[in-house]
Design a protein around this ligand. Structure first.
Ligand SMILES: Nc1ncnc2c1ncn2[C@@H]1O[C@H](COP(=O)(O)OP(=O)(O)OP(=O)(O)O)[C@@H](O)[C@H]1O
Ligand SMILES: [Mg+2]
Length: 236
């Protein structure tokens, strides 16, 4: 059983997109052929806005479990012991205030949102940190890693999301160099920008349900590649 938390202080970097689509590709590989069998994959949201749940509510057949748990500290503490579950993907809030802690306090501060976040960080096996190829996302990413992740010693991996190849390789290289200069582990997989992804949440679609045309296959390939890189999918 592995708990993957998708985290970045910065809003809109693709946390929900990555949490839900990783759950989808993992379920695609690990679900039993018997449609009645319970999926070993869960997507959990501790975002009070619950966009992952809003998204999943629009799906016709849900190939994995979806749980809204921002106000369920007890449930979050027990997440390690969910029977039959192999992979949990946790979507975290859109924007995290890290202004607390200048005086040595926990930078996550106080309040129900901070408590839920602490609860999932307590059980996290790995943190996935999405970053975009725009300098605006660099500082919040650095704060997330330096203030929240590194002090806890949780393994983490930065992944570049939403890069549009039509914009050229300049921004991509700059982002890769920024990550490396900071000594952060960086995923080789780059999740490219596709219009399909942007529409998918409103349409209640995950990558495994995209049409089988060339562009859609490229769009979903990034999530299978990333899952492969995370070493997900082995060992039923
Ligand atoms: N690779 C991508 N290609 C195209 N659109 C993307 C991609 N990744 C994310 N998006 C879009 O960007 C927007 C923000 O993504 P998402 O909601 O996943 O980010 P988030 O970090 O969860 O945001 P929030 O901080 O608000 O919770 C959404 O409209 C989403 O569909
Ligand atoms: Mg989100």
């Amino acid at each position: 059983m592995a708990i993957h938390v998708v985290l970045n202080q910065k809003g809109g970097v693709g946390k929900s997109t990555i949490a839900v689509n990783l759950a989808a590709v993992t379920a695609d590989v690990l679900n039993d052929d018997d449609p009645e069998a319970s999926s070993p994959v869960a997507a959990v949201s501790v975002d009070p806005q619950g966009s992952a749940v809003w998204w999943a509510a629009r799906m016709k057949d849900l190939p994995f479990h979806v749980v809204q748990a921002h106000d369920d500290l007890e449930g979050l503490a027990g997440i390690k012991n969910l029977p039959g579950i192999k992979h949990v993907y946790i979507d975290t809030p859109g924007w995290i205030d890290l202004s607390a802690g200048e005086d040595g306090d926990d930078p996550l501060g106080r309040g129900p949102s901070a408590d839920a976040l602490r609860a999932v960080l307590d059980v996290a096996d790995q943190i996935i940190v999405p970053i975009e190829t725009e300098p605006l996302s660099f500082d919040p990413t650095a704060r997330t890693i330096n203030k929240v992740i590194r002090p806890r010693g949780i393994p983490y991996l930065v992944v570049i999301n939403n890069w549009d190849p039509r914009d050229g390789h300049g921004d991509l290289r700059e982002t890769q160099e920024f990550v490396k200069a900071n000594g952060w582990p960086l995923a080789k997989t780059v999740i490219r920008h596709y219009k399909l992804h942007a529409r998918a949440s409103a349409d209640g679609q995950v990558v495994t349900e995209y049409p089988l045309n060339r562009v859609a296959l490229q769009a979903r390939e990034d999530f299978y590649r990333f899952a492969l890189e995370l070493n997900i999918g082995g060992g039923r």
